[in-house]
Design a protein around this ligand. Structure first.
Ligand code: SF4
Length: 145
């Protein structure tokens, strides 16, 4: 299980936090409050890891965001070259990432900031894809797909 190392890491941090909290040589109120905040943050992280284990593993291992919102894992692409709203998508793109390559529009991934403006004005012309499709193919092959 890939996330076990993260659980262990959080446990180590909580243990370290408990050791710090017991340190009588650090009675400063701000210090104690900071330790308390650290504890809250660690608990939140650990709870999230436990409640959403499959989603975290999918992001970390497969480099895939099923919801299509994690910018590092998605890429914007032209879905339809003939969609009537494609010109609007090109016009609204703030970084000119949608480029005309001899009559075929493509998205320059290096320029795209994943602002989603193109999909809002032209949902039929633009789409979000996995940024690492090879990993998806490998995962599907491993699963017998
Ligand atoms: S997501 Fe934003 S930056 Fe990327 S192609 Fe669409 S409009 Fe341009």
């Amino acid at each position: 299980m890939a996330l076990e190392v993260y659980f262990e890491g959080v446990d180590d941090l909580v243990d370290h936090k408990n050791t710090i909290a017991k340190d009588k040589s650090k009675p400063d109120a701000k210090y104690i409050a900071a330790v308390g905040s650290l504890c809250d943050a660690l608990t939140t992280i650990k709870t999230a890891l436990k409640e959403f284990t499959a989603e975290f593993e999918e992001h970390i291992v497969q480099k895939r965001c099923r919801a299509g919102v994690c910018h590092g894992l998605i890429a914007c692409a032209v879905r339809s070259q003939t969609d009537p709203n494609l010109a609007a998508a090109v016009a609204i793109c703030p970084t000119n990432a949608i480029e005309d390559q001899r009559g075929e529009f493509t998205v320059n991934d290096g320029l795209c900031i994943r602002c989603n403006a193109c999909r809002e004005v032209a949902p039929g012309a633009m789409e979000v894809r996995d940024r690492f499709p090879a990993r998806e193919a490998v995962a599907a092959a491993a699963a017998g797909g």
